[in-house]
Design a protein around this ligand. Structure first.
Ligand code: NAP
Length: 292
């Protein structure tokens, strides 16, 4: 069997076109342009790259982007003051604090200072609480896990009743992805670095979400025939055949896995484009809610 390739780039393109239409309608009907403010602290090259992509894609769908940069030496009080001032600014509907923050700045304190109504990353504890509690809904769903669900939905994978295994339990990917899958009525197992018999657990999965940050960790013998595989991992490995000498791979051994799986996302071109698309969805939602 060769698995169907779930094309995250094409699905993200569709979602961004839907957001662009929503932004145009909000401007036409209510005179409101959604505003997204990015906050970048320090000189992490990957963070700079991610933020500039988010700003470019915002502009493409008509979202106004406001960028704020602080040096790597910025104090916690300075970052907090910036986030609070953005929180009070009515033209800004979404605030995105790019992680990681420098060591002297406490991530928890900063993320909790983002007003719930502008938490387009969905990392506020109340948003995660809303995901976890029955009868509650979060204001915003974290972007990468939300992208995972959209990929499954839009590629025609049945989630309800499926046995899902999530590899990884981080606050930003693994845990919210697992909570979302439960909300969609999957039966979910969360695996982490202390999980025993990982291979056997993974082999039960109709849906396997890999988010551990280990290059090609998931091998073909860990996959149930016909399973849907969503590979969140982004790992840079050496590749002397490339001009750069480097290559991006996921947490799944793609070439081997596609011979067993029913559907699979590539890296790059799978979850990555979805993360930004879902950020734009959240920003439009924030502006729409602010418009009443
Ligand atoms: P993280 O915070 O480092 O969490 C990794 C998780 O994987 C932890 O729960 C850890 O378990 C678990 N783990 C690590 N090694 C393991 C092993 N050998 N067996 C089983 N579990 C293991 O990582 P993250 O932020 O969630 O990111 C995960 C991956 O997704 C990374 O490659 C990251 O670059 C990528 N990512 C991609 C996007 C995107 O847009 N495409 C967005 C975010 C992240 P413990 O909890 O026990 O330590």
């Amino acid at each position: 069997m060769t698995a169907r390739r779930i094309d995250g780039k094409a699905i993200a393109d569709d979602i961004r076109a839907e957001v662009a239409a929503g932004v145009a309608a909000l401007r036409r009907d209510r005179g409101i342009t959604p505003g997204l403010s990015t906050v970048l602290v320090g000189d992490n090259p990957a963070s700079h790259k991610y933020v500039s992509m988010k700003r470019k894609m915002s502009a493409e769908v008509g979202i106004e982007s406001y960028h704020n940069e602080l040096p790597a030496t910025a104090s916690q009080a300075e970052v907090l003051e910036l986030v609070r001032s953005l929180g009070a600014d009515p033209k800004i509907h979404g605030i995105l604090v790019q992680l990681p923050l420098p060591d002297q700045v406490d991530e928890k304190t900063i993320l909790a200072a983002v007003p719930l109504t502008k938490d387009v990353n969905g990392f506020h504890p109340l948003n995660i609480g809303g995901l976890a509690m029955k009868g509650h809904d979060p204001e915003f769903v974290p972007c990468t896990p939300n992208g995972v669900i959209e990929l499954l939905d839009r590629s025609g994978t049945e989630i309800s009743g499926a046995e899902a295994v999530v590899l990884g339990r981080s606050n930003i990917v693994g845990m919210p992805a697992a909570l979302l899958l439960v909300k969609c009525n999957a039966t979910v197992t969360i695996c982490h670095s202390r999980t025993k018999d990982l291979k056997e657990v993974c082999k039960r999965a109709d849906i396997l979400v890999a988010a551990i940050g280990r290059a090609r960790f998931v091998t073909a013998d860990m996959i149930k025939p016909g399973a849907a595989i969503i590979d969140v991992g982004t790992n840079v490995i050496d590749d002397p055949t490339r001009k750069s000498g480097k290559r991006l791979v996921g947490d799944v051994d793609f070439e081997a896995a596609r011979e067993v799986a029913g559907a699979i996302t590539p890296v790059p071109g799978g979850v990555g484009p979805m993360t930004i698309a879902m950020l734009l969805v959240n920003t439009l939602r924030a502006a729409t809610k602010a418009a009443g």
